[in-house]
Design a binder for this molecule. Structure first.
Ligand code: OOB
Length: 576
């Protein structure tokens, strides 16, 4: 063995021993292993075990496909063959941006099986965000959907222009065979223009000049459970989104604990209405929770009550996860009483604060148990318990799911607040990251010296150890569960010719919790041609900003209100 290679890999091993990809120091990792929380399982290993135990149970269904666990295993092997043929290798980062469909599972599980690292983009992300993810993660590939509309095509075009090194793989999320080539499709017409014609598998980026070879299913990679499993997205408070490194060990512990607390059973049918790639949808207890026990994942093509209530009756759905505005739309849907919803056992509501009055309606009107879920992609997840008293379920956001979660409340100077007083929530534990991915400047601000994550949430702790979210200290807008960094929107609006200055804030909204309002000061020369809201939104779409980050309101003003120290008073602009 060449000496150089030997020393490099030894140095790499030493680095791994020193600090894990999620920032855990070795002594913490050792402790969580000794406690039996980190079990050494990998994501693909977990799914393989369920395939072995329950081959004939229904694993996943969407509008086009219905797969048992054995069939899911086959679909994952097929997907790994396609991805490997496109050049995906162990350890490489692959941005996945797919609509809600079963093929999301094929692709993500195939990446796990290959030991590659998915980066979870949401379908609503634009060219701008996807470009950032590719850059930060140094992604080698992007997996997207063919025929997912103009926005998806714009993302692919943006990648081609700005990240020509990223190879593009596309699938058809609406087809029974997501990898099949459309007859007569010309290689240049579809977003999959990189596709080598003729013998190459459809939608696959084949290196130019490479001979198309028959598809081969590669063996499952040998994956270290302490390795980086995937990159999740942080809600974002900064101009550029941060990536969250999760390992197999830490994430699967959170899934197992969620499955216990939420009583997910083999044979359950879980409805997926929120975007698949979101942390809530994936793991609280989510898609992975269902896959862990042998439950079925029923993927709704859209989250509307019309679609979802029908699916509940048709599939005998037992559980679903929703954000508060969706819950409200289900509760208020006229068709609610037309469908048999008696199979529903539990609704998980989280992502944004649920009002107590809406929470009280769940039991009586939908005939199921409510579990509030207060979580974050960085780690900590709190649940109300299935046997909690009604007042606890409707009045708090739950308690940490693990007895090994440490939570503390502090004031603006990191000093503990008196019992019962609201404070900044900080947390540390077996599945909460201790650093972001390649972002040391953010780490210094987001984590304390003793490894606690500064959540940016203001909460109160009840004597029973339950958390009540009362506010937020971070500069973030929570638009019905979708998190928007004002700075990221401001940066794009500033690029508009007519704009001199801008301040973006969340203003209270009865349904969404908050809506996005842009206060704009025009350049003197542009006073007569102020853009309208639709014009501003079109401009931002053109710049590739995510759909959910588009301003809902535009207020043209002469000046911004100031704080005592001459900064823009966002508090004043929010109407507080
Ligand atoms: C979930 O994850 P993220 O990363 O999109 O957002 C986390 C933030 C929290 O820090 C908090 O500000 C807010 O979203 N949040 C809630 C909440 N759940 C999340 N605020 C009030 N009440 C709640 N129930 O949103 C997420 C991740 C896993 C499970 C559930 C939600």
């Amino acid at each position: 063995m060449p000496v150089r290679e030997f020393t490099e890999s030894t140095a790499q091993a030493a680095e791994q021993e020193a600090v894990l990809p999620n920032g855990f120091p070795p002594e913490a990792a050792r402790r969580y292993r000794e406690l039996g929380l980190w079990t050494g399982q990998t994501h693909w290993g977990m799914v393989e075990e369920t395939i072995r135990r329950h081959p004939d149970r229904l694993a996943v269904s969407d509008a086009a496909r219905r797969l048992t666990y054995a069939e899911l295993g086959d679909a994952v092997r097929t997907a790994s063959a396609h991805l490997a043929a496109a050049g995906v290798r162990k350890g490489e980062r692959v941005v996945v941006q797919l609509p809600n469909a079963a093929v999301f599972l094929d692709v993500v599980l195939a990446l796990f099986r290959l030991g590659a690292v998915p980066v979870f983009a949401l379908p609503a992300h634009g060219r701008l965000e996807v470009g950032h993810f590719c850059r930060i993660a140094e992604a080698t590939h992007y997996v997207g959907a063919r025929s997912a509309g103009a926005d998806a095509a714009a993302v692919v075009e943006g990648l081609r222009e700005e990240h020509p090194g990223v190879r593009i793989v596309t699938v058809d999320h609406r087809a029974a065979d997501p990898w099949a080539v459309e007859k007569g499709a010309s290689a240049g017409a579809a977003p999959s223009a990189d596709t080598a014609p003729s013998a190459a598998p459809s939608g696959i980026a084949v290196p130019e000049g490479a001979a198309a070879s028959p598809l081969e299913v590669p063996p499952a990679a040998d994956v270290d459970p302490a390795a980086l499993a995937f990159l999740q997205l942080s809600g974002g408070t900064t101009g550029v989104p941060k990536l969250i490194p999760r390992t197999h060990d830490d994430y699967l512990y959170s899934v197992r604990r969620s499955v216990e607390l939420c009583d997910v059973r083999p044979g359950d049918a879980m409805l997926v209405a929120l975007p698949c790639a979101h942390n809530f949808t994936m793991s609280s207890p989510g898609i992975l929770g269902a896959l862990q026990v042998g439950g079925a994942v029923v993927i709704a093509p859209d989250p509307s009550p019309a679609t979802c209530l029908r699916l509940i009756a048709e599939h005998g759905i037992t559980q679903a996860a929703l954000v508060p505005p969706l819950l409200l739309s289900w509760l208020n849907a006229p068709e609610r009483t037309r469908h048999d919803l008696s199979s529903l056992r539990t609704l998980w509501i989280g992502g944004a604060k649920l009002s107590e009055s809406v929470a009280r309606r769940v039991g009586p009107e939908l005939g199921c148990v409510l579990q509030q879920v207060f979580g974050m992609a960085e780690g900590l997840v709190n649940y109300t318990r299935l046997d909690d008293a009604v007042d606890t379920v409707v009045g708090t956001q739950g308690a940490p799911m693990s007895e090994h979660d440490e939570v503390r409340l502090v004031d603006d100077h990191d000093r503990p607040v008196p019992d019962g007083e609201p404070g900044h929530l900080q947390t540390r534990g077996p599945y909460t990251i201790r650093r972001y991915y390649r972002a040391p400047e953010h780490d210094a601000r987001s984590f304390t010296e003793d490894g606690f994550y500064r959540t940016g949430d203001i909460v109160r702790l009840t004597p029973g150890g339950y958390l009540e979210v009362v506010g937020r200290a971070k500069d973030q807008i929570n638009r019905g569960g979708e998190k928007v960094a004002p700075e990221a929107v401001e940066n794009q609006i500033l690029a508009h010719d007519a704009v001199h200055d801008v301040s973006v804030v969340g203003v209270p909204d009865e349904v969404l919790g908050e809506r996005i309002c842009a206060y704009v000061i025009l350049r003197p020369a542009a006073r007569e041609q102020a853009p309208t809201l639709p014009q501003l939104r079109a401009f931002l779409r053109g710049r590739g900003l995510a759909r959910f980050a588009m301003p809902d309101l535009l207020r043209v003003v002469e000046e911004f209100p100031q704080t005592g120290v001459g900064k823009v008073s966002k508090k004043h602009q929010r109407g507080a």
